[in-house]
Design a protein around this ligand. Structure first.
Ligand code: ATP
Length: 372
């Protein structure tokens, strides 16, 4: 397997569409890195440059120490699995998986061994004689993955491979690809716009926006220590709540003040705020860090709020509560058996030890910096 180094890479289409810029990323040998971001952020373009399907406008890409900018895709020792699996309809599953090896003139016995090994890993041994049209979406996706495995590539590249599957199959294939990563000890780069896939599959995640990397870190660091408001809002479902306000420092203590919520911040938060901080901030609070008021006593530092209940979504194990607080819409994930009544007022407690603070101008976190 192999390390992939992306160095100062930039991609410009048609002279003026900047798809990727200032891109630096080292994917270690056997690592599973997920590129995640909204539509159009440049993640597919970056992956396609690693694959050799797009030229690099500026910068360098190395695979296993070799500069590959001018190496054609077939000589890069990578395999790519796409969203549309593009199986050959007139060929059997076996033939589809064997095709690439035949083109490369592998001996028949070796092709047979590799196809059967891959089929065994993916649990599709019984489907080898079928045509793609006789397969379910999930089975087709497995064949597409099988076609990549038989090549025994140095690097696997996945471009939204699960987005054509229904929700249940997506979850199943997600765990299968994670297991495959363990089993093959392979270097994998995986593109998705689905933050749940990113959180559950990646050993590291790169969050992208507008062609730029926003943060590269392991999933929990991305979730708990987002370096800016974009990352904080993109990762997590329901998304983090944001409230605009101002910070005031007064003889060592720091307070947040807004129409919705005013409170002194606990020392664990205040001491992370740099000297000379911007006073205009956005406070971020995750839905699970808001509680019913009677839980406040359990919290080390809490702010009470009174909100208006707009929508109640019982999820079984918890309730998503959509409330209005001053001028803001807020979501809370509450663990109660009796759902609050719609159109009533409710007292809630915000866990102040878990708040985030972002500069209102730049969006940068006042509490966490990118250590990647
Ligand atoms: P999605 O999730 O929708 O696939 P993405 O994050 O993968 O989005 P890219 O497909 O990499 O985004 O596109 C990044 C930017 O580059 C977009 O603005 C897109 O319109 C542009 N782009 C992509 N391919 C081309 C092309 N062949 N010619 C011109 N512009 C392109």
């Amino acid at each position: 397997m192999a390390e992939v180094i992306i160095k100062d890479v930039r991609k410009v289409f048609d002279g003026d569409v900047v798809a990727v810029t200032d891109m630096n990323l080292t994917v270690e040998d056997r690592e599973f890195v997920v590129l995640v971001g909204p539509s159009g952020c440049g993640k597919s373009t970056l992956l396609r440059m690693v694959a050799g399907l797009e030229d690099v406008t500026e910068g360098e890409i190395f695979i296993d120490g070799r500069l590959v900018n001018d190496v054609p895709p077939k000589d890069r020792d990578i395999a790519m699995v796409f969203q549309n699996y593009a199986l050959y309809p007139h060929m059997s599953v076996y033939e589809n998986m064997a095709f690439g090896l035949r083109l490369r003139k592998y001996p028949k016995e070796e092709i047979d061994e590799r196809v059967r090994d891959a089929a065994d890993i993916l649990g599709i041994e019984k489907l080898l004689d079928r045509r793609p049209k006789a397969l379910s979406g999930g089975q087709r996706q497995r064949v597409a993955v099988g076609r990549a495995i038989v090549r025994k590539p140095r690097v696997f590249l996945f471009d939204e491979p699960l987005s054509n599957l229904d929700a249940k199959l997506r979850v199943q294939m997600r765990t299968e690809i994670s297991k495959l990563h363990e089993r093959l000890s392979a270097t994998m780069i995986y593109v998705t716009h689905d933050q749940v896939e990113a959180m559950t599959m990646g050993t590291r995640i790169m969050v992208m926006k507008d062609g730029l990397s926003q943060q590269v870190a392991d999933p929990l660091a991305i979730y708990h220590e987002p370096v800016n408001q974009f990352v904080a809002g993109f990762i997590g479902s329901p998304a983090m709540n944001f409230i605009e306000g101002t910070l005031k420092r007064d003889s060592g203590s720091v307070s947040f003040e807004s129409q919705e919520l005013s409170a002194g911040l606990p020392d664990s938060v205040a001491r992370r705020i740099p000297e000379g901080f911007s006073a205009d901030v956005v406070l971020g609070i995750r839905p699970e860090d808001i509680y019913e008021a009677d839980q406040a006593a359990r919290l080390e530092s809490a702010a009470s709020i009174r909100a208006h209940v707009d929508v109640v979504e019982p999820m079984g194990n918890e309730i998503f509560l959509y409330v209005t607080l001053g001028g803001s819409d807020i979501v809370a994930r509450i663990d109660v058996r009796t759902p609050p009544v719609v159109n009533s007022d409710i007292d809630l407690a915000v866990d102040l030890t878990s708040v985030h603070l972002f500069d209102r101008g730049t969006g940068a976190s006042l509490l966490f910096g990118d250590r990647s």
